[in-house]
Design a protein around this ligand. Structure first.
Ligand SMILES: *[C@@H]1O[C@H](CO)[C@@H](O)[C@H](O)[C@H]1NC(C)=O
Ligand SMILES: *[C@@H]1O[C@H](CO)[C@@H](O)[C@H](O)[C@H]1NC(C)=O
Ligand SMILES: *[C@@H]1O[C@H](CO)[C@@H](O)[C@H](O)[C@H]1NC(C)=O
Ligand SMILES: *[C@@H]1O[C@H](CO)[C@@H](O)[C@H](O)[C@H]1NC(C)=O
Ligand SMILES: *[C@@H]1O[C@H](CO)[C@@H](O)[C@H](O)[C@H]1NC(C)=O
Ligand SMILES: *[C@@H]1O[C@H](CO)[C@@H](O)[C@H](O)[C@H]1NC(C)=O
Ligand SMILES: *[C@@H]1O[C@H](CO)[C@@H](O)[C@H](O)[C@H]1NC(C)=O
Ligand SMILES: *[C@@H]1O[C@H](CO)[C@@H](O)[C@H](O)[C@H]1NC(C)=O
Length: 511
């Protein structure tokens, strides 16, 4: 993960540094998709000046232009200070700032010899975001986008509650499973050759639907199966979904088609003159080899069944005849992706994922391996990767034993998870490190409020702690790791957030 990012960054620096001579950044299409694409324009450099007090972070860079790229890649960066580096080799110091020279009511520019300051043209200087939304310059055709706090939506975070579902289900409360994939994009039943749902706008609540993003195939619920040759005087037993009486043999094929788990049928004579139709959830090729048995006057028909090779992980149910792969996996709660391989990434095995960082405490996270072992302690992480606020081992080949270069306890910062949805009573996680809850902690945030706090035991090793969240079932939440002390035990360890949570649709992967 870290490696991929680094490779990407270097590529971007190489490709883009050419353009910085003109002061203009041209976003590369491979770096961005849809509305996440950032496009910023730097104004003329101002010599011997810097902006102070709004540092996001400081980096050493090989060229001045690399600093522009770093700013481009950091969503909250709106200006940079570039200066000479003390380090040998003639590199530059690059300071990324979250304020630009246009921020009203103040003049942040201060003199500093040999430095130059570059601000971008900053639409955020007019404070377009309401309700404590965070403005990010360079996005969308408006030139900015607002990151809204939970409970607010809309371009300017001006909408407190969504009644038209255009911005998601907002604060609607959910129980059960009927609405877990809502809202639905587009007039999806149309694609299933039903009558139109005649929705308003692009999004609506369709209890039978699943099309949680524009890129989900419309009519993803459409099934396409192919029956093989009938086998006379044979049936498949022991895997009956249900039995129906049908007027024609062909009606049985149709019933099978409409039943997502049906992969074979037995058709036989009925007492009443029409046919008996048995729908089965295994076919003649299924692995557990349900041999066909003799039964006179019956016919067995299996479909061509891609599910025989059990393609779904994590106990997902394979359903034949869907998507261009010929099957789809119905995933249990907490798993997503085509093969149900993706869990909400809250165990850090694939990096910090969408967790958002402020400050410096977590800049080297996640940490590989049970690294404090090198200091003769154990953090007892789950898997290979975890968050250790005092650690610096950002990859496997990095030497074991080093600490955060700012010192173990000194740096402050936060690390905030993606929004997830609470679907049951219990959330648990591993936590270690400091033990003063007002200094270092994990917070649960629901509706913009801190509703739970937990801290470590002043031991490096992590122990599992849990929160009772029954009162928040159906709501969105985030976990935020907070380190706001530099004193003794001023760091926090954290890993493996799990329990009754699911990823909301915005973050569902397509694997
Ligand atoms: C590991 O991290 C170090 C420091 O960030 C870096 O220099 C090195 O190239 C990384 N190695 C791999 C294999 O990613
Ligand atoms: C900008 O960064 C400073 C730290 O340098 C921080 O205190 C401040 O909250 C940040 N402001 C915004 C709007 O992010
Ligand atoms: C915005 O933040 C300020 C300061 O934290 C707080 O007093 C105010 O209530 C917040 N406004 C909203 C709408 O959340
Ligand atoms: C198939 O149906 C049988 C009942 O006939 C049931 O016991 C079994 O769990 C079902 N298997 C699957 C994979 O749905
Ligand atoms: C899958 O189901 C089996 C049997 O119910 C269970 O033992 C196993 O833990 C489940 N696996 C996952 C990843 O949920
Ligand atoms: C850590 O423990 C090992 C064996 O238990 C010992 O050899 C080593 O000297 C210890 N290191 C430190 C820094 O205490
Ligand atoms: C919550 O889940 C954790 C981990 O499975 C478990 O240790 C804890 O006892 C559970 N809490 C409750 C109240 O069920
Ligand atoms: C946690 O670490 C302490 C000190 O290193 C040790 O005494 C204790 O046994 C450890 N706890 C567990 C559960 O391993």
């Amino acid at each position: 993960m870290a490696e991929t990012c680094r490779t990407k960054l270097e590529a971007a620096v190489l490709i883009l540094s050419f353009f910085f001579q003109s002061g203009i950044i041209i976003p590369i299409s491979s770096e961005c998709s849809g509305e996440e694409c950032r496009s910023i324009v730097f104004k003329e450099p101002i010599q011997d000046k810097v902006i102070k007090g709004h540092l996001i972070r400081l980096e050493e860079v090989p060229h001045q232009g690399s600093c522009n790229v770093l700013c481009y890649m950091e969503p909250s960066c709106v200006s940079i200070n570039v200066g000479p580096s003390q380090a040998k080799g003639g590199n530059y110091i690059c300071e990324l700032n979250n304020a630009s020279d246009e921020i009203p009511g103040s003049s942040y520019l201060q003199s500093k010899e040999d430095y130059s300051h570059l601000s971008i043209e900053n639409p955020c200087s007019s404070s377009p975001c309401f309700n404590n939304g965070t403005c990010r310059a360079g996005y969308t055709d408006k030139g900015f986008r607002c990151k809204c706090p939970l409970g607010f939506t809309g371009v300017h975070c001006e909408k407190a509650c969504s009644l038209d579902f255009e911005d998601g289900i907002g604060r609607w409360k959910m129980t059960g499973r009927a609405f877990i994939y809502q809202p639905t994009f587009g007039d999806n039943p149309v694609a299933r050759k039903r009558e139109s749902a005649q929705l308003q706008g692009n999004w609506w609540v369709g209890g039978a639907e699943k099309r949680t993003s524009e890129s989900d195939p419309a009519g993803g619920e459409c099934r396409s199966i192919i029956f093989k040759e009938p086998i006379q005087d044979r049936v498949l037993k022991g895997r009956l979904i249900r039995l129906e009486e049908v007027p024609h043999q062909g009606s049985c094929n149709l019933l099978c088609h409409k039943e997502p788990n049906c992969v074979s049928i037995n058709v036989g004579p009925s007492q009443g003159g029409s046919y008996t139709c048995e729908l089965n959830n295994a076919s003649d090729e299924s692995p557990s080899s349900f041999n066909l048995q003799s039964k006179q006057d019956y016919t067995h028909l299996s479909i061509e069944n891609p599910c025989r090779s059990s393609s779904c992980f994590n106990n997902g149910t394979c359903q034949a005849g869907y998507t261009d792969k010929g099957f789809r996996c119905k995933c249990p709660l907490g798993f997503t992706g085509v093969y149900c391989k993706r869990a909400c990434s809250f165990d850090f095995e694939d990096g910090v994922g969408g967790w958002e960082m402020t400050g410096r405490a977590f800049i080297y996270q996640p940490t590989f391996g049970d690294k404090p072992v090198a200091r003769n302690k154990s953090a007892q992480p789950q898997g290979d990767w975890w968050v250790g606020g005092a650690e610096k081992r950002p990859n496997e080949s990095f030497p074991v034993g080093g600490q955060h270069p700012d010192e173990a306890d000194k740096p402050h910062g936060t690390l905030t998870s993606l929004c997830f949805r609470i679907v049951g009573k219990n959330i648990s996680f591993l936590i270690g490190g400091g033990c003063k809850v007002n200094e270092v902690r994990a917070e649960l945030i629901v509706n913009n409020q801190i509703v739970r706090k937990e801290t470590g035991n002043c031991l490096e090793n992590m122990t599992r702690k849990s929160w009772d969240v029954e009162e928040f079932i159906g709501q969105y939440a985030q976990v935020k790791l907070v380190d706001e002390t530099s004193g003794s035990w001023g760091h926090i360890n954290f890993d493996d957030l799990k329990g009754d949570i699911i990823c909301p649709h915005d973050f569902d992967g397509k694997n």
